[in-house]
Design a protein around this ligand. Structure first.
Ligand SMILES: Cc1ncc(COP(=O)(O)O)c(C=O)c1O
Length: 380
């Protein structure tokens, strides 16, 4: 039985054009961008060009882009880097209960080290309450970190309104844009964000690569010691081939954005309609309107997430619960727990399906047929 990949929110297949470009760089341009000879200068040129593309993609300038090893490092650098550099101004940070662990665990580390962190609740729709954000801001708040798109539900937070609220406050605004970047048009000035994290492998680029946008006037402390790369904000020789591959992925995402949005909306409709045709009992988790089209999170009443995922996998369908799997058992989702309540059935019977490059109308339909057959069998 052919396998069907519906887990693009976990990672995406690398685009063939990215592989081609990376292979060219790996084989022909291996210089160190910090070297002053011709090999180094060529690598520097490539790096500068990629940095420009990254900056242009979010309306920033090149000096504001710091290449990292991915979204996790970008989140760590944004949160720890600003917390350490601004500790004299205050030690209070605001984030949400539904962040990726790259943010949550970093915030928890700060709590263990003398900072105070407020974790905002979300409604059943998966969005924060702006009034709760306002209420929690104080003169001690140095950073507000709120993700753009949730990786489990695909729900988009009200970025613009958050930026407006914070424009009258001294706290920096960081957003983890890992799941929004590529599909949503992002302008850091319009959104009034000071720091923004991006990951390459979510947009058909190579793994182990990302960038942090940090507005020029943001005080940030480097977390690594070594050379003076990335304007002394991130030591270590840059992954030039990976970065150039990432640049290609960004250009493709930019040029194909509208087409992809349409396509993923179609995939989503095919998937949901097929389940309905088979009279499958399910509900959609998260806001119906404010969402990216490539992620759907469905709750199947009276089902169990481990059983579902095992059966989907046996039938060749790769999906995810979106939350961590420890010692063979899937923990209740912290995102769905925040949206509903602890022990709510949705936290243990929900599956995330996410579409992308590995899909077409036929395999999405086929995957939904297999999912429907499994649910029907398990319901008996
Ligand atoms: C919202 C979000 N933030 C951060 C990350 C981490 O990114 P990376 O895998 O590049 O470290 C992910 C990856 O799943 C994510 O979905």
């Amino acid at each position: 039985m052919n396998a069907i990949y519906l887990d693009h929110a976990a990672t995406t297949p690398i685009h063939p054009a990215v592989v081609e470009r990376m292979t060219e760089i790996l084989t022909s341009h291996y210089g160190n961008p910090s070297s002053i000879h011709s090999y180094g200068r060529k690598a520097r040129q490539l790096l500068d060009q990629s940095r420009r593309v990254c900056a242009d993609s979010i309306g920033a300038n090149e000096k504001e882009i710091i290449f990292t090893s991915g979204g996790t490092e970008a989140d760590n650098l944004a949160i720890l880097g600003t917390a350490f550099a601004n500790k004299e101004k205050g030690r209070h940070i605001i984030t949400t209960k539904i962040e990726h662990h790259a943010t949550l665990h970093t915030a928890q580390y700060l709590e263990r080290n003398g900072y105070e962190v407020t974790y905002l609740d979300v409604t059943e729709n998966g969005t924060i309450d702006l009034e709760e954000l306002k209420r929690n801001l104080s003169d001690q708040t140095i950073l507000v970190s709120i993700m753009m798109v949730n990786n489990e539900t695909g729900v988009i937070q009200p970025m613009k309104q958050i930026g407006e609220i914070l424009s009258n406050h001294g706290a920096y605004f960081h957003t983890d844009a890992v799941q929004g970047y590529g599909l949503l048009e992002i302008d850091v000035n319009e959104l009034q964000v000071d720091l923004l994290s991006v990951s390459s492998h979510k947009i058909n680029g190579p793994k182990g690569l990302g960038f942090l946008y940090a507005r020029e006037d943001v005080a940030i402390q480097s977390l690594q010691f070594g050379g003076e790369q990335e304007r002394k904000r991130r030591a270590g020789t840059e992954n030039v081939a990976g970065i150039v591959g990432f640049e290609t992925a960004i250009q493709l995402a930019d040029s194909e954005r509208a087409e992809k949005i349409n396509l993923y909306q179609k995939f989503r409709a095919i998937f949901i309609d097929t389940l309905k045709e088979h009279h499958i009992d399910f509900t959609v988790n998260g806001d119906k309107a404010e969402r990216v089209p490539n992620i759907i999170n469905l709750s199947f009443p009276n089902m169990n997430v481990e059983k579902l995922l095992t059966n989907f996998d046996l039938s060749g369908v790769a999906a995810s619960s979106g939350s961590a799997c420890t010692a063979g058992s899937v923990e209740p989702s912290h995102v769905l727990t925040a949206m509903y309540e602890a022990d709510h059935p949705c936290t243990t019977n929900s599956i995330r399906f996410s579409f992308g490059l590995a899909n077409n109308e036929e395999n999405v339909k086929e995957a939904a047929e297999r999912v429907a057959a499994i649910i029907q069998r398990l319901s008996k």
